[in-house]
Design a protein around this ligand. Sequence first.
Ligand code: KG4
Ligand code: ZN
Length: 332
Amino acid sequence: MLTLGIETSCDETSVAVVDSGSKTLSNVILSQSVHTKFGGVVPEVASREHVRTIIPIYKQALEEAGVTRDQIQLIAATMGPGLVGPLLVGLSFAKGMAWGMEVPFVAVNHMEGHLAANLLSQPDLDDNHLTLIVSGGHTMLVHVRSFGEYEILGRTVDDAAGEAFDKIAKVMGLGYPGGAEVDKLAKQGDRTYERFPRAMRHHEYRFSFSGLKTAVAQYLDKLSAEERDKHLPDIAASFQEAVVDILVEKTVKAAKEKNIRDVTISGGVAANSRLRELMQERLTRAGKRFFYPPIQLCTDNAAMIAAAGYFRFQKWGATEFVVDAVPYLPLD
Ligand code: KG4
Ligand code: ZN
């Protein structure tokens, strides 16, 4: 079933064509660069950029997939969580297209899209699995009993992991969004250089990153310009280790305690090289299987939305056209 996926929840305009939730035919992603000069996403600017680019991106997605409009059998779009203006652009476009083409339409939860990136790319993955969703706006550990049946074991009480990466990147002068830059810089550093705090270690599956962010920012403040330049890669690596260590520790603990064999990570921070490495190491040691999506399916993209839309349609059919954008849409 050829599914057209549309994702516009934040600052990526993305359209994809996916066959039956398992084969990506195209996945065009345009990251809006206009926000860089503001050091963060400006919602109104993002909405206007989505309006300006969605049709050319849609045409490119069909062309790259080598399909025509009348071959599309299902249209899926993100309805939340995200920024309301940007969400409305993609959702309205999807509804209009589905109405005009007389094909079913499915509204998708962005977080379900993230976890579905693994269903799309990992055919071996068990329906029943544990997933750590780590993005710019969310950090949560979820027991997926089957597609659509979720138990949220824990989440962050303050900043999301990606938010911490972005804030530290900013104070280090690495630009926005800076997670990938911190990852790159950390590769040249010593992760044992400084031990930054691991928060909420004994609080079940809850996470906290705001204290760590402050600790690293204050640490950097106290350094001379010379020391800072010399040790920036070491500090980046030590900060990254503190984030990754706690994410991995709680995920392994949940997999063991809940007796879940398969574990996945998803969301933008799942692209982090050290997170992938340490998860693999500790999960293998615990006798668990570890899966993660290719990098282009970790950060926001429409292929994951098309996949989630397809699985949703298989289980529950189409969504009514009256559905609206919901900025704080919960996963469960
Ligand atoms: O899932 P995503 O694209 O958007 C949201 O739904 O939020 O995640 C974006 C987040 C940003 O905070 C970005 O800095 C972070 O993912 N990110 C990374 C890496 N690549 C992207 N964080 C750490 N290491 C990376 N390699
Ligand atoms: Zn996302």
